[in-house]
Design a protein around this ligand. Structure first.
Ligand SMILES: *Cc1c(COP(=O)(O)O)cnc(C)c1O
Length: 449
């Protein structure tokens, strides 16, 4: 057996470019990918990775890139984090699968216990483990419907909840997520979000919530609503932080009307925003919470966690799946949570956020195209606009991102209008590496002006 390539924090934490990006080997591999991989699977940056660790991705040409994406908010504890790798390899050697519904094992229960402790609220909680974020959202809706005996689901403008049929219906943006894939699941209703930067006349959080509640009352009827599903900070929709008071007012209304309040914390959860969950910033206690992405250091695990009496409304056998809570993914989650706790990644996320926001504020002084800087903790974005300070500038956003990619910094875009650059560094990234990433971003703005 040949020696495996080793990533993790041992990988030198620096940016180093030895070829153009993508390099010749990546280009060759990409041609093969084009031959065998479905065209519907997109690629942000066609660079093939052979090792990753901390805040660095090393490609097959020997280039080292700065990671400001974390594989879309997944590798918060760093890529190939040692406690994750060790627990996973121990587990793989012990057993790889039994199906928790056939013969159970402890690590599934351990993860559910951690979720009960770490998620908002000190009531009795239970969880079900699943494979993907979309599957978690689907299950939250199933549980809310079983508990309430109602069928309507309320979601919000700019929402992203996944790519399965039900979650496509819940997702707002047509292209690329929904185009050509209908018809979609029924009984989904969309309410207006609080989007402070694009709000006519800075409407307060509670007023924005009342606007949504009025629509729900008049167009759906509170008594028909099983659940409200909301991202406490929009993810794919543009890292929009709703105005203060929006989430608490909605949560109060849900409680008063017997509606299950579901926080989709798949992107915001597990230290990303500088708290365990984004709901914690406003003291909001959701009835159900969906988690995935950051939970397991890169392995596919997701969960629905919630009030015991709501979770238990489903008959035995009504929830589950072959792989949900697979022991290898549970081992990874326990390793990732260990890193979050032992390295206080909430504090790290806040430090990272402060550093990024102060750099971005300076950048905005000389580049008025940066119309808004927003986010919480290490979930930060800038919205790019034209000279009128409003019109979305998706072309400039793409150009800045392309410059960053060509210069060895992995950035992502998002937003309904494609004009938001978002930054999601691993929470273990070194300050110098992060500062260098911000330097390249500043160059990108200068070069594309
Ligand atoms: C990514 C995401 C999902 C879907 O998760 P998958 O694991 O890709 O199915 C759902 N909700 C939010 C908020 C997300 O960011």
């Amino acid at each position: 057996m040949s020696n495996p390539i080793v990533g993790g924090p041992e990988l030198p934490q620096r940016r180093r470019l030895v070829t153009e990006i993508p390099g010749p080997v990546s280009r060759e591999r990409f041609a093969r990918r084009q031959q065998f991989v479905a065209g519907g699977v997109g690629t942000t940056l066609p660079v093939f990775i052979e090792a990753a660790g901390g805040g660095v991705l090393r490609d097959v040409d020997g280039n080292s890139l700065i990671d400001l994406a974390s594989g879309i908010a997944v590798t918060s504890v760093g890529n190939a984090a040692p406690p994750v790798a060790a627990r996973v390899s121990d587990q793989v050697r012990a057993f790889t699968h039994t199906c928790f519904m056939v013969t159970p094992y402890d690590s599934y229960v351990d993860v559910c216990e951690k979720l009960a402790q770490l998620t908002p609220g000190d009531h009795a909680k239970k969880s079900v483990l699943l494979n993907s974020g979309a599957e978690a959202v689907e299950n939250a809706v199933k549980i809310a419907r079983a508990y309430t005996g109602r069928d309507a689901v309320v979601v919000f403008d700019h929402a992203y909840h996944g790519r399965t049929n039900l979650t496509m219906a819940m997702t707002a943006k047509n292209m690329p997520y929904k185009q050509g894939f209908g018809p979609f699941a029924s009984a989904i209703y969309r309410a207006p979000m609080s989007y402070p930067f694009r709000e006519p006349g800075a409407i307060s959080g509670s007023a924005a919530a009342d606007r949504a509640i009025d629509l729900i009352d008049k167009q759906v009827g509170a008594a028909n609503v099983a659940c409200i599903v909301i991202e406490p900070i929009l993810g794919e929709g543009g890292f929009v932080v709703p105005a203060d008071g929006f989430l608490p007012r909605l949560a109060d209304w849900a409680r008063d009307n017997g509606v299950v309040f579901v926080a989709d914390e798949i992107q915001t959860g597990f230290c990303r925003t500088g708290a365990w969950f984004a709901c914690d910033h406003e003291g909001v206690v959701p009835d159900l919470i969906t988690t995935a992405k950051g939970i397991a250091g890169g392995l596919p695990l997701a969960a629905v966690t919630g009030r015991a009496e709501i979770m238990d409304a489903v008959h035995s056998g009504g929830l589950g799946g072959t792989y949900g809570g697979n022991p290898v993914t549970c081992a990874a989650a326990l390793g990732a949570i260990e890193v979050m706790q032992s390295q206080d990644l909430n504090a790290a996320a806040r430090r990272i956020g402060d550093l990024m926001v102060s750099r971005l504020e300076k950048l905005a002084e000389s580049h008025p195209t940066i119309g808004d800087i927003r986010g919480r903790g290490a979930m930060v974005a800038i919205e790019l606009v034209g000279p009128d300070g409003r019109t979305p500038d998706a072309a400039r956003t793409a150009a800045v991102s392309a410059y960053c990619h060509a210069h060895g910094v992995v950035t992502l875009t998002c937003g309904t209008y494609g004009n938001v650059l978002r930054f999601l560094p691993p929470l273990v990234i070194g300050e110098q590496l992060l500062a260098e990433g911000m330097d390249v971003l500043a160059e990108a703005f200068a070069a594309t002006a």
